[in-house]
Ligand binder design. Structure first.
Ligand SMILES: [Zn+2]
Length: 297
């Protein structure tokens, strides 16, 4: 399967390069604040199977002209093998989209350090997948996850322990050669980071702007089966590190996108994940409206 799609934001070209889709069993502790029955009820309302949950992964590549910018890298080659090709497709789909991983003008911006966003920094046998790219990471995220004291506090915590170990595996293989960025800064031409903490301490979203057009690359302000947490922002996926802060952040960013009439590119929405967000008329949640695909974009 080849899954990529391109659209323009002013003179920037955004290519959504899918990393794959996986359906797994719905676990009892999938979300905090919601029982399995609560979640199954929403799935049934959306004509989805119950007791199963489907996850989509949508990294993006932005051609700014002088620089090719990659935001996040998917689950990587190990997961590609383990899932029999269902996920970890990012490198293959980049090739299908004629995007060269060895290009020297590539900047990889990482939003946060969960495995579905960083594992694709490595190719097979833990070799750098983008040997000539500059890898740019959030300073707050680096400080938290690379801190040995935080790591020892996180040992035994089912959400944190695996992440601490995986993050060291990935960045140690890269010789910890990264550039750190602060939130609120232009990290590449026309791409500004927006602090959006909660899902992880240093999580960042991005506003991609060119001319009069802009799009909010939200990343994981809603994650997993993300539409659940759009509809119910008061629920949290288990991997949200600071759950109240994650709720506050997603409301803040969605209210901003609504006020500014800004489309959203969502990492965990159904491919290609270009949506608009609206407030639900009945209740405190939101809903996504998928954009209409247009081949001439
Ligand atoms: Zn994610």
């Amino acid at each position: 399967m080849r899954a990529f799609i391109a659209y323009n934001v002013g003179t920037h070209q955004v290519t959504v390069v899918c990393d794959g889709v996986a359906t797994v069993n719905l676990t009892d502790n999938y979300a905090a604040g919601a029982s399995k029955d609560d979640i199954n009820k929403v799935f049934a309302e959306h004509h989805l199977p119950t007791d199963k949950v489907t996850h989509t992964f949508n990294p993006v590549v932005i051609n700014t002209g002088p620089k090719l910018v990659v935001i996040d890298t998917g689950l990587g080659p190990d997961q590609f093998t383990q899932s029999k090709g269902k996920v970890g497709q990012f490198h293959n789909n980049l090739a299908a989209a004629s995007i060269d991983r060895a290009a020297v003008d590539t900047v990889i911006i990482i939003s946060h350090f969960h495995g579905d966003h960083i594992n694709g920094l490595l190719a097979a046998e833990n070799k750098p997948a983008f040997p000539n790219a500059e890898i740019v990471v959030p300073a707050v995220e680096w400080k938290f996850w690379m801190d040995d004291g935080e790591m020892s506090k996180g040992m035994g915590n089912p959400i944190l322990e695996g992440n601490f170990k995986n993050i060291r595996r990935v960045f140690d293989a890269l010789g910890r050669k990264v550039t750190q960025y602060e939130a609120g800064k232009e990290v590449a031409p026309g791409i500004t980071s927006v602090a959006s903490p909660g899902h992880t301490p240093g999580h960042n979203s991005f506003i991609v702007a060119s001319g009069a057009e802009k799009v909010l690359v939200q990343v994981d302000i809603t994650a997993g089966a993300a539409f659940l947490f759009v509809k119910h922002p008061e629920w949290n996926i288990a991997s949200d590190v600071d759950k109240p802060l994650a709720q506050e952040t997603r409301r803040k960013l969605y209210d901003m996108a609504i006020a500014e009439k800004m489309p959203i590119q969502a990492f965990h929405a159904a491919f290609p994940g270009l949506v608009r967000v609206e407030k639900e008329k009945d209740g405190s949640g939101y809903r996504w409206i998928p954009s209409i695909w247009n081949a001439s974009l």
